[in-house]
Design a protein around this ligand. Sequence first.
Ligand code: COA
Length: 166
Amino acid sequence: MNIKLKELKPRDFSTDYFQWINNNKVMQFTSFENKKTTRKNIINYIKSNYTDKHNYLFGIYYQNKHIGNIKAGNINYNHKTCELSYFLGDLENRRKGIMYKSIIRLIDQLHKSKKLLKFTAYTYAINKPSIKLLTKIGFKIEGRLKRHHNYNGKRRDILIFSYLKN
Ligand SMILES: CC(C)(COP(=O)(O)OP(=O)(O)OC[C@H]1O[C@@H](n2cnc3c(N)ncnc32)[C@H](O)[C@@H]1OP(=O)(O)O)[C@@H](O)C(=O)NCCC(=O)NCCS
C-alpha cells in the first residue's frame, strides 16, 4: 500500500483540504465539526504547527494524493509524550486500513526520531470507529472524562486512550 506521511507546509493547502474541514460528514467527532473555517485560518493553522517543535502536523498521502491528516500535538520532550489526533478526509478511501497503518508508522517515526514513548488520543465515547481503530492498534483506555464536552446538544463523555512504546 503506497502510503506516505509528510509534514505539512502552508503550500500544501488545497481545495480538497478546505472542503474536508468544512464538511460535517468528514469532521464528525472532531473539534472542527459544526464550524466553518476560512482558507486563511487553515493556512495559519498549518504555519503555526510547522514552526512549533511541540506540534507536528502530517498529511497522509495515498497514491501521491493528500487524503487526510494526523497531528502529534502537545509534545513533551521531558516526559516523552504527545497527543495524537487524526481524520481521513477522503471518504472513498475510508475503511481500507490507511489510518491504522498511518498511526503505527507515525508512532514508530516519532519514537525513532524524537525518542517519544507514550502516545495519547482523546475520543468521544460515542465515536465507535475511532475506538475500534485505537483498540486494534493496541491503545488501552486509561480514563474517562465524564460529560466533558458539548456534542449535538448533550454533554458527552471523552475516553482517554494511550499507547506505550517499549
Ligand atoms: C476514525 C477514522 C480516522 C478511521 O480511518 P480509516 O482509515 O477509515 O480506518 P481504517 O480503515 O484504518 O480502520 C482500522 C480499524 O478501525 C475500525 N474502524 C474504522 N472505521 C470504522 C467504522 N466506520 N465502523 C467501525 N469500525 C471502524 C475497524 O476496527 C478497522 O479495522 P477493520 O477494518 O479490520 O475492522 C475515520 O473514520 C475518520 O476520519 N473519522 C472522523 C474523524 C475522527 O473521528 N477522528 C478521531 C477523533 S479523535
